[in-house]
Design a binder for this molecule. Structure first.
Ligand code: DOR
Ligand code: ZN
Ligand code: ZN
Length: 433
């Protein structure tokens, strides 16, 4: 991260800062990389030399914290690099990202973590690595959890798969507890997938494609919750897509277990009924589910059962994705559309307040990691975004900074545009006119 910061005076914006119970028009002064002052700020000595940003009619929010992205470097730089992925984050208003370890080599050792952090040294946003649970994500022996923690990981995950050996997973949770690391679980019973490429249902039958049943996810969600109960370690359930995942997380919360649930924008926006053809842009893991599942996820977000919105930003090459679902890899990009989808689908529809959305995108993910983000009180890091809410526009993958253009949302009309992203008091993205 570059150290140079500006003095910035943001005037007249609507500050939405749920961590401090604030949703009101005010001014902000940023200096030395932190929020210096929030409230009514008049022109005077304290604003001298400040860059003035007129935010009248705009909203100011703590930068988003995305617990779930794939940067692809090292190993798959044709899909994404740390540079393109972190620029995409800045473009999407995401000021902190957690890259998943399924790179080549896998992030499973202290050396690999150090290498990743070195590569991300000059990234425009904060990059907090996630370490693999097992060596090479092979599911056979535990990775060097202690070494990775010392090198800087903030969580563990075997993302892309589950640790299918429950005994090994229990040992991983115990180790994670020792080093105070949350477990981010990708819940998928591998053998049960049985060749499926999309949600099992009427649509998969119509397209004659092999289906993925809800139980593929649900049996591991249940197992992981029970293992969290047994070990006492923090468990965060990634990209939940089914109604029963929501029910199981409710069950866990009713018992006071340290369990949190995550939903991705595509899973609360689109059901399998909207898949118009057998094309790779509709393929991700877990898949787009039924309308009932989508509704249950929305209700779960509203009721506070589902705590976090993150993207599972999964860039792939155009040729790989421009194939039938049987051939294309799983995954869609998400960093540059998450706020717009959250605002359009959840806030404009009346399901959440804007504060409620900011809780799911900034405050709660920071809590999962136990980091001091998602809070714009004076003295806190000046990681924030300025957005415009009133103008409808179309999602256009040609505007993405990500190498990945693989999204089913091209052409979708949305509201909520990021105009500026600031990290540690430095402007890292600014809309060009
Ligand atoms: O859709 C997905 N893509 N789901 C995953 O779990 C992995 C990810 C990837 O790495 O492409
Ligand atoms: Zn996953
Ligand atoms: Zn993922």
């Amino acid at each position: 991260m570059e150290k140079k910061t500006e003095k910035i005076w943001i005037r007249g914006g609507r500050l939405v800062d749920p961590a401090n119970g604030i949703d009101e028009v005010c001014d902000l002064l940023l200096e030395d990389g932190v929020v210096k002052k929030a409230g009514k700020i008049e022109s005077g000595t304290e604003t001298a030399d400040a860059r003035v940003i007129h935010a009248e009619g705009k909203v100011i929010m703590p930068g988003f914290v995305d617990l779930h992205v794939h940067l692809r470097e090292p190993g798959f730089e044709y899909k994404e690099t740390i540079e393109t992925g972190t620029k995409a984050a800045a473009h999407g208003g995401v000021t902190t990202i957690c890259p998943m370890p399924n790179t080549n080599p896998v992030i499973d050792s202290a050396e690999a973590v150090k290498d990743l952090l070195k590569r991300a040294e000059h990234a425009p946003v904060h990059v907090l690595p996630v370490g693999a649970v097992t060596k090479g994500q092979a599911g056979k022996e535990l990775a060097d959890i202690k070494g990775m923690k010392e090198a800087g990981i903030v969580a563990l995950s075997e993302d892309g798969k589950s640790v299918m050996d429950t005994l090994l997973f229990r040992r991983a949770l115990k180790e994670a507890k020792k080093y105070d690391l949350p477990m981010l679980s990708h819940c998928e019973d591998k053998p049960l997938v049985d060749g499926g490429v999309m949600n099992q249902g009427k649509k998969s039958e119509e397209l004659s494609l092999p289906g993925i049943t809800n139980a593929v996810e649900d049996v591991i969600v249940a197992r992981d919750i029970l293992m969290s109960k047994e070990t006492g370690n923090r468990l965060h359930l990634c990209h939940c897509s089914t109604a029963d995942s929501v029910r199981l997380i409710r069950f866990a919360k009713e018992q006071g277990l340290p369990v949190t649930g995550e939903v991705c924008p595509h899973h609360f926006t689109m059901s399998d009924e909207e898949i118009t053809e057998d094309h790779g842009r509709f393929k991700m893991n877990p898949p787009l589910r039924s309308r009932e599942d989508v509704q249950a996820l929305r209700e779960g977000l509203k009721d506070g059962i589902m705590d976090v919105i993150s993207t599972d930003h999964a860039p792939h090459g155009a040729e790989e994705k421009n194939q039938s679902m049987k051939l294309a890899p799983f995954g869609i990009v998400g960093l540059e559309t998450s706020f717009a989808l959250g605002y359009t689908e959840l806030v404009k529809s009346g399901l959440l307040t804007l504060s409620g959305l900011v809780e799911k995108m900034s405050v709660n993910p920071a809590k999962v990691l136990g980091i001091e983000k998602g809070n714009l009180a004076p003295g806190r890091a000046a990681d924030l975004v300025i957005a415009e809410l009133d103008t409808e526009y179309e999602i256009d993958p040609d505007t993405f900074f990500s190498k990945g253009k693989n999204t089913p949302f091209a052409g979708k009309k949305v509201y909520g545009k990021i105009l500026m992203t600031i990290v540690d008091g430095r402007v890292v993205y600014e809309e060009k006119h």
